[in-house]
Write a protein that binds this ligand. Structure first.
Ligand code: ATR
Length: 270
């Protein structure tokens, strides 16, 4: 990063608040170990200024792309010129590629990152059954990525049942061969159990599913990164389940994001 010159390509990350963002460390580490002359910088922008900021970024000729995080993911699709199929279906963007003529292509890699994280831990979802708690933005991305990865059966449960039903209906259209249904809080009889809700982020949160029904041979996975051991994972480990932390979802996404923005390609595609 000490060698920034006029030729260095710039990547950004848009967030509010900004102080907690960790993605630049991962991307810059990747850039430093590659031959790509680029750097990622954090950009603090409030929601009311997002459209103005994005208009300016279109004109920034040495910008190749930017990552989009809380709270801008769902506002970003309307500000892009083009969306990947995943971003369009999910209605959220977490990474944007800027083409040489200033066009913005929005992508959504949360789901792909989650599946890549599972695979990096030796957990293969293809051909297995999965239970997913949640039907919001992150959970939808995971549902699509699990379906794309070849999961054989998927159950979606959510506090607001109508949202789970809507997600299942959409997915039936996109994946007619997938056995998919709306479920209850009972995660038993699935190989993989995933918390795709925000429950566990705050002290005192309820558990996202009935942990008493977890079975010892199941893999229980989180998307929540802080703290690494959520109450769900503690309860799952106590019942003899294999647990998968939230952090690999971001770690695996760093390379995918860099590649999407035209930076160094992921060395190992899953
Ligand atoms: P994200 O982008 O992080 O997915 P989101 O789209 O707001 O955020 O989705 C949050 C998810 O966590 C939803 O599935 C939500 O359930 P509802 O659709 O019923 O709102 C779930 N969630 C959040 N707080 C919850 C709570 N207290 N109890 C149960 N589910 C909760």
């Amino acid at each position: 990063m000490t060698n920034i010159t006029g030729n260095t390509r710039i990547f950004g990350i848009l967030a509010d608040p900004i102080h907690h963002v960790k993605t630049p460390q991962g991307i810059n580490r990747l850039l430093e170990t590659s031959a790509f002359d680029g750097v990622m910088v954090p950009i603090h922008v409030r929601s009311e200024d997002l459209a103005d900021m994005v208009r300016g970024l279109r004109r920034m000729n040495n910008l190749d792309g930017f990552v989009v995080t809380v709270p801008h993911k769902t506002a970003m699709p309307a500000l892009c010129d083009e969306l990947t199929p995943a971003a369009a279906r999910i209605g959220a963007v977490n990474v944007v590629r800027r083409t040489a003529d200033g066009r913005l292509v929005g992508g959504m890699l949360d789901g792909e990152g989650f599946v890549a994280g599972l695979r990096s831990a030796g957990i293969e979802p293809a051909g297995r059954s999965a239970y997913l708690a949640g039907a919001g933005g992150a959970a939808s991305a995971i549902a699509y990525a699990l379906a794309q990865s070849g999961v054989a059966r998927l159950t979606v449960a959510n506090r607001t049942m109508a949202k789970a039903e809507e997600l299942v209906t959409r997915m039936k259209e996109d994946f007619p061969d997938l056995a998919i249904a709306v479920g209850t809080g009972d995660p038993s009889h699935h190989d993989l159990v995933v918390n795709g809700t925000s429950l566990g982020l705050r002290d005192g949160d309820a558990l996202p599913l009935d942990v008493e029904r977890l079975m010892p041979e199941q893999v229980v996975a989180e998307i929540i990164m802080q703290p690494p051991e959520t109450p769900l994972l503690r309860a799952a480990a106590a019942r003899g389940c294999k647990v998968h932390f939230g952090a690999p979802m971001l770690a695996s996404q760093v390379a995918l994001m860099a590649e999407f923005m035209g930076g160094p390609a992921a060395k190992e595609r899953t």
